[in-house]
Design a protein around this ligand. Structure first.
Ligand code: 4AD
Length: 451
């Protein structure tokens, strides 16, 4: 069998030169056995579209092999590229050689009909073979490269933050404890899976000026929602000599750049999502690329919600966190676009945020987007030693547990800021997928860690 097929097929398709001999390897998407021949659509997962192959009885083993082909079989096909008389594709391959590499059992669960996403989650070992999950995985890959590309261009250095830590960055107590079987004290102290790479990123930023972490983070929050995972990936840029306004600007430019790159690179996949999953998706993304983000302070957001005359399930009062229904009202109904909400009550935000002079609010900012709600959470950090110590005491944290974090404020401290972008929520936003469990290869949620 000759070498990698799909690129060559694509090249041929692009140059529209029928007659060339091509070879493809992949899996049968659909097989239709007509009287005179078989039509077998093959895909290798590199794009939404498969390629139609036509197999006729002159092929060796036609009856034994070809007629038995069905969805899921792995195979190699070699043949000539020809203009297709059929509808739905311009080209097809007239097979000259077919080799079945792997057959499928009778109980192969992926049939031509549409399966529910709930069902597909129970077959995590096969679901990436579907159009939707395949497209999600390709967009996810492109998004990761788009994020890294943008940050690289802005001079950010990737810092590999540890997965095992001893600190609870967000202070919410949603920690997974790490211990070995039979030895709870492996690290000489309690250790946990990280909830955020931010504190380490701050160390990096106060040496390298601009760093980012991009890795898995873990939260033991018992939320069974369409926006929460127990294990999710987060991108966390952190920059020295940057205050809140610069941080907001960085987050908005990053989102715009990432959307632009994905629109460019994943045109076919996004068209598929626009047609099948979320009508209007392409316009929304184009709007993010072109339009400005709204800006509100937390006070303004609360005032809008109070004036809305909506009966929200969770009442709106100053000092409470925004719930999903509030985020959606602001972004989907009131503003109809992404919005940055800044200057939040200190009482509902973590210890590390810069205290405004009123000592009631902190320099925090969240980016909210339609459908997904909170996509980014960040802040300017408290870099003043005395204020930080007081704020930590306020939050009930022990100074000795964070001695190094406090010490950074005594040795060359500088204003600095950063944010965390929830990577799966970004993928939800750019694909239109409703449930976060369907935009991560292997979701981890309360009660489930299969595959
Ligand atoms: O707002 P969060 O908790 O912020 C932090 O962790 C900061 N340390 C980030 C920083 O400033 N460097 O989380 C940031 C983002 C949220 O906006 C959300 O998009 C996502 O992470 N996120 C989750 N995504 C999936 N499942 C969960 N359980 C998530 N919790 C937060």
């Amino acid at each position: 069998m000759s070498e990698p097929a799909w690129q060559r097929v694509r090249d041929l398709l692009e140059r529209e030169t029928p007659g060339g001999v091509v070879a493809v390897r992949g899996w049968v998407k659909t097989a239709r056995h007509a009287k005179a021949c078989s039509f077998v659509e093959v895909t290798d997962g590199s794009g939404v579209a498969g390629i139609q192959t036509v197999m006729d009885p002159s092929l060796p083993d036609y009856e034994d092999q070809v007629r038995r082909l069905r969805a899921g079989c792995a195979l190699e096909v070699r043949g000539e590229l020809a203009e297709s008389p059929g509808r739905g594709q311009r080209f097809e391959i007239h097979a000259r050689e077919v080799r079945v590499v792997g057959e499928v059992g009778d109980d192969y669960p992926l049939q031509k009909k549409r399966h529910s996403f709930e069902f597909l989650r129970t077959i995590g070992h096969l679901r990436m073979r579907t159009n939707t999950l395949g497209a999600v995985m390709r967009v996810r890959d492109a998004a990761a490269r788009a994020v890294r590309g943008f940050l690289h261009e802005q001079g950010f250095v990737e810092l590999h933050a540890p997965v095992i830590t001893a600190s609870d960055c967000e202070g919410a107590g949603e920690l997974f404890r790490v211990e070995t079987e039979g030895d709870e004290d492996f690290f000489g102290r309690p250790a946990y899976l990280t909830v955020s790479g931010q504190l380490q990123a701050e160390i990096g930023a106060l040496a390298l000026t601009r760093v980012y972490t991009f890795g898995p983070t873990f939260r033991a929050e018992n939320s069974n929602t369409s926006r929460h995972l127990a294990e999710f990936w987060m991108v966390e840029p952190e920059a020295a000599f940057l205050e809140l306004e610069g941080n907001v600007d960085l987050a908005c430019r990053m989102l715009r750049s990432v959307c632009r790159r994905i629109l460019e690179e994943c045109e076919d996949d996004l068209r598929f999502f626009d047609a099948r999953i979320e009508p209007g998706l392409l316009d929304t993304l184009q709007g993010v690329v072109e339009g400005p983000f709204e800006r509100l302070t937390y006070d303004e957001a609360i005032a809008i919600l109070e004036r809305s005359n909506r009966s929200f399930e969770f009442p709106v009062t100053w000092g409470t966190d925004l719930q999903s229904e509030h985020e959606r009202f602001l972004t989907e109904e009131h503003l109809k676009r992404p919005v940055v909400v800044s200057d939040w009550p200190a009482s509902i935000k973590p210890f590390y945020m810069y205290w405004n002079d009123d000592e009631r609010t902190v320099r925090a900012m969240d980016v909210l987007v339609p459908r997904v709600g909170e996509l980014v959470g960040g802040s300017q950090r408290e870099h003043r030693a005395e204020r930080l110590a007081r704020r930590m005491a306020h939050c009930g944290l022990r100074a000795e547990d964070y001695w190094w974090y406090l010490e950074l404020r005594r040795h060359g401290s500088a204003p600095h800021s950063g944010f965390g972008l929830g990577f799966e929520r970004l993928i939800q936003f750019v694909t239109g997928m409703a449930n976060i469990r369907d935009v991560v290869p292997f979701p981890r949620v309360p009660g489930s860690a299969e595959f």
